[in-house]
Write a protein of this length. Structure first.
Ligand code: SAM
Length: 281
């Protein structure tokens, strides 16, 4: 007996019309639909006249349920995976099931469709040529700080997901880490009646939401660090100390004088000869 297929099906992120004809057909044809929240998905499936058996597949049963679903597919059943909104696996359950299905030699195919990060990126007006997607920032302060620190010098556009109750804290931390002047587009209620894509600086966004209550789910599209911003930061950092003080600071990190001058030359884009001349003065 040949085994079934796992279909990863993207579903709407708000507007029910945003689902592909292929996804609707596959959802009608499969033997079983695995959904993050079966009650939530029932509404969408009823809307499209889909009445297949539903099983839950969420963060808390992802290992046991994946094993069970793999077993069903090995017996020849076709399974579709959907999440509450958008593309499964993207900040949603699904990864474990895909890995286990592939390991078992089950064909896996993905039916493309809505994804909040792509929707936000395309309407933000911020460069979409190169970007990094961080999903939700970690909850733990230490882990958040590590992620934010790693984003400080990121030259590519940064895309984050955020829930309304954490938006204020996130905007404040982003402002502190990336600087208030950085461009951001706050995208909320995408594809819904009150869709909004608000362009601002991080400073403006943080001030706005200090007054205004965040509502709905957000995607933050943030401009990457420009070469000019980096140059400007380096220039003011250079001017904040004398050349000797910079040298001492570098050497206090355990570098020899020669290594410190080499590192300073690279960091501040100053030739080594110029640095030696300045230090001799
Ligand atoms: N798998 C989904 C996707 O493909 O985009 C993401 C699921 S994740 C659990 C939910 C987050 O996606 C929300 O907190 C929000 O950041 C973002 N999101 C989902 N739908 C959205 C919408 N209509 N407008 C703005 N953001 C949305």
């Amino acid at each position: 007996m040949s085994c079934g297929t796992l279909y990863i099906c993207a579903t709407p992120i708000g507007n029910r019309e945003d689902i592909s004809a292929r996804a609707v057909r596959i959802l009608k044809e499969v033997d079983l639909i695995a959904a993050e929240d079966t009650r939530h998905s029932r509404g969408l499936l009823d809307f499209y006249g889909i009445s297949k058996p539903l099983v839950s597949y969420h963060e808390h049963n992802k290992y046991e349920r994946a094993e069970e679903l793999v077993g069903r597919m090995l017996q020849g059943k076709n399974v579709a995976l959907i999440s509450d909104a958008g593309t499964p696996v993207i900040s949603d359950p699904g990864e474990v099931l895909v890995i286990m299905a592939r390991e078992a030699g089950i064909p896996v195919t993905s039916l493309p469709g809505p994804c909040a990060l792509i929707t936000a990126l395309t309407l933000s007006g911020i460069s979409a040529r190169r970007f990094v997607f961080e999903g939700f920032l970690p909850m733990e302060n230490k882990d958040r700080k590590a992620v934010l620190d790693a984003l400080r010098d990121e030259p590519r556009t940064i895309v984050l997901y955020e829930a309304p109750h954490r938006l204020r804290k996130t905007l404040q931390e982003l402002k502190e880490c990336l600087g208030g002047g950085r461009a951001v587009c706050l995208c909320r209620e995408l594809t819904k009646i009150h869709e909004e894509a608000l362009p601002a600086t991080l400073e403006e966004a943080e001030a706005l939401y200090r007054e205004k209550e965040p509502r709905g789910e957000y995607v933050l599209v943030i401009a990457g660090r420009s070469p000019e911003e980096k140059q400007e930061e380096m220039r003011s950092s250079w001017e904040s100390r004398s050349p000797e003080e910079h040298l001492q600071a570098y050497m206090s990190r355990g570098m020899t004088k020669k290594e410190a001058i080499k590192a300073m030359a690279e960091d501040f884009a100053i030739s080594r000869n110029t640095l030696y001349a300045l230090l001799m003065k």
